[in-house]
Structures are given as C-alpha cells and as structure tokens.
Write a protein that binds this ligand. Structure first.
Ligand SMILES: C[S@@+](CC[C@H](N)C(=O)[O-])C[C@H]1O[C@@H](n2cnc3c(N)ncnc32)[C@H](O)[C@@H]1O
Length: 375
C-alpha cells in the first residue's frame, strides 16, 4: 500500500521563543522538515546546545533517530513542547535521549540505556506470574525501558503489577513518568543506594517479588560514603553495579526473581569475591546469557564491555543452570543448554567462579563455548 505523505499541521500557537534568531526561525520552520545545517546556523553547531536553545524557547528538535519513518539523516523537525508530540516508541525515545545526553553525563551516571530487544529478552526470562500480584523493582530505571518490556511481556500474566522505579537523574523523570503513566507505580527520584539501605533498615514492608535492572557501572572508592553506607546492610563491594544487584537481591522476598545485565568483571578476581559469596548465599543462579562479542550489548553507544545477563532466584536449592549465547542483541542466533552447576562453580574455589581461564567463560561439551574476545 502506498504510504500517505506526511502533512505539516498549521503553526497556530503563539510563539513563545525568547531568543530572536531562534524565535524567528521557529516561527517560520516549526513543524517543517529542515536541514540540520539550518538549525545549527541559528542555534550553534553542537547538537546538544542547539537542542537546549530551542528547548528553552519552547521547541523540541526531532531527528531521524526519533522519526525514522519520517526523517532522513541530516533532517530535523521542530515541535512545540507544549503540544502532544507525535507518538514515539520507547526505543525511539531512548535513542533521542541517548543522542542528546552529553558524554560526561553518560559516564558520570553510567547512563547507557538498554536497547529494547535486550530489554524484552530480559523480561522473557521471568517465570509466569500465574495470576499473582507482582511488585517490580527497577533501580536506576532511566526512562523505564526495562519496566516497559516487563509489563508488555505476554507470558508473565500477573493479576496486578506495581512498579517501583528509582532514578537519580531529574532530566529523565518526565520520560519515566510518560512510560509508566498508565501503571500503578512509585517513581522515586533519588540515589538508589541511599534509598535501598533505608528501606532495608527501616521499611520492612517495602519488599519486591521481581527486580529487573541494568545498573550504572562505576567504581566505588574504598573511603567513600557510599561504601560506608553499604556496610550498614552487610554489603562489601567495589562497583555501583554489584551494589545495585546486592541491594536488589536483599530487597526481594523469598522466591523473588532478579534479572540483570551487568559486566562480566564480577566473575573472577578478589575484589568481587564478597559479592560472589553474597549471591551464592542469598540466591540460586538459574540462567546466564552471554554475548559473543563485547561490542554487542550496547553497540549503539560504542560501549566496549563484556556483559552478561544473569537470572537469580532468592533462596531455594541450586539446580542446573541454563547457559545461553547470542552473537548480537537481535538474539537471532540464540542457543541454550542446561549445565550442571558444578561446571560453572568449582567447589571450594570461588576465586575462579564462572571462569576457567581468563579469556574463556565456560566450556561447553568439551569444546570451547566462547572463543577469546576480540579487542
Ligand atoms: C545503565 S543505565 C540503565 C537505565 C535503564 N535501567 C535501562 O535499562 O535503560 C543506569 C541508570 O541508572 C541511573 N543512576 C546512576 N546512578 C544512580 C543512583 N545512584 N541511583 C539511581 N539511579 C542511578 C542513571 O542515571 C541511568 O539512568
């Protein structure tokens, strides 16, 4: 069927722009497709700055990342902020946010948002809800991609889901609200580590049946307040990602399930030993997913990180572990196999947990399960 051409609505709103050049430009060109050069000419050549300039004056810049069916690379569309914008999927919103977020913020807050295919895969790892009530924790929730995927996962079938989403960056809170607008939810704006330590000590009712997370990755200095705070609840760890997983695990009810995408660095070495011991004490491991190349999990962000997706169930008895692998986040060549837990954890030797040699994670049927990672 032939696609209808896009119609530009008439510009009828009072132009609220304050900057004269931007104001004049927006009055003429809002809601029209314009070239990126034309926008940069009036508001500076840096995309983030141009975006901020128009934002201050009442307009959002949309690019082909948000409107792939509408705009080609190098084209832009100005849209009044106070009007309902064209409906974007959560992944389009993720790309836009990621595009306009400064590199410094990304590394300061570990703000690498999960692509939707990966979020959906993570959601698919939970067991069916069988009509029960679910209390979902999404710590470091970004714009809520993981909660959204969880809520849309058809196999889960809960009677009711309540989401607690916690995000430190005020710039993402409106997006998060938009994602969770039709859901019973608590959107908590703050530091998850501080909040969780408080909940664990003083709010025994704030516990969860499920947790889904892509936590920030950042070192915790040994003398920092964060490190001291974590010790109040018996957590000794060196990175935000392991702290987020440890806290979430502690906040789960018995039998609660946790799925997280995290760097592989916790699998060996003395620094993560207390974290590994904590996982083994508090939970059982039921699934580990590996990406064959470290470029793949967050390739749009250019993140070179060896990530794994891990599923833990609080309490219970350790059985076999499903090991799965895919080359990329399309999961097109997904394959899985159940392995004895003893293949993964060498008894009495948690130093080499999950790792039989530094470059190979697990051996599968006697041959190499994963080849060496390319650099
Ligand atoms: C790796 S991103 C993942 C975001 C989201 N979960 C997703 O999967 O798209 C980590 C998120 O945690 C947030 N964050 C960083 N430090 C935090 C903290 N101490 N408390 C709460 N959120 C934090 C960042 O702003 C970022 O949105």
């Amino acid at each position: 069927m032939k696609k209808k051409p896009f119609k530009y609505p008439r510009v009828e709103k009072e132009n609220i722009a304050k900057n004269t050049a931007v104001k004049a430009f927006a009055a003429n060109f809002a809601r029209r497709v314009v070239t990126a050069e034309a926008v940069y000419e009036v508001a500076g050549t840096d995309h983030t700055k141009a975006h901020d300039e128009f934002q201050k004056n009442g307009y959002t810049i949309l690019t082909h990342r948000e409107c792939p069916s509408l705009l080609a690379s190098g084209q832009m569309l100005l849209w009044p902020i106070d009007e309902a914008s064209p409906k974007f999927s959560i992944d389009q919103r993720r790309r836009r946010i990621s595009h306009i977020t400064a590199k410094a913020t990304k590394s300061e807050l570990g703000q690498f948002l999960t692509p939707y295919t990966t979020a959906c895969f993570m959601a698919s790892l939970f067991e069916s809800g069988n009509g029960n009530v679910c209390s979902l924790l999404d710590p470091g929730s970004g714009i809520g991609s993981l909660s959204d995927a969880f809520l849309k996962e058809k196999c889960l079938s809960f009677y009711k889901v309540h989401v607690t989403a916690c995000e430190i960056d005020s710039k993402l809170i409106d997006e998060l609200k938009e994602t969770l607008q039709d859901i019973e939810s608590d959107i908590v704006h703050g530091d998850f580590i501080e909040l969780a330590v408080n909940w664990l000590q003083f709010e025994p009712k704030r516990r969860f049946t499920h947790a889904i997370l892509n936590p920030p990755y950042k070192k915790i200095r040994s003398s920092s307040c964060t490190r001291k705070l974590l010790r109040h609840v018996g957590i000794e760890t060196v990175n935000f990602y392991s702290a987020f997983v440890a806290l979430s695990l502690k906040l789960l009810e018995h039998g609660g399930q946790l799925v997280a995408i995290i760097p592989r660095s916790f699998c060996n070495g003395p620094y993560y030993k207390p974290f590994r011991q904590m996982i083994l004490k508090e939970s059982v491991i039921t699934h580990i997913h590996l990406f064959e190349s470290r470029r793949d999990a967050f390739k749009e962000e250019g993140v070179l990180q060896e990530n794994v997706i891990i599923k833990l169930v609080k309490g219970g008895t350790q059985g076999d572990v499903t090991i799965s692998v895919s080359t990329s986040d399309s999961f097109a060549d997904y394959r899985q196999e159940d392995r004895l837990f003893s293949d993964i954890l060498k008894p009495m030797d948690t130093e080499v947990w999950l790792a039989e040699s530094p470059t190979h994670l697990i051996h599968f049927n006697g041959s190499r399960f994963l080849g060496p990672y390319e650099g």
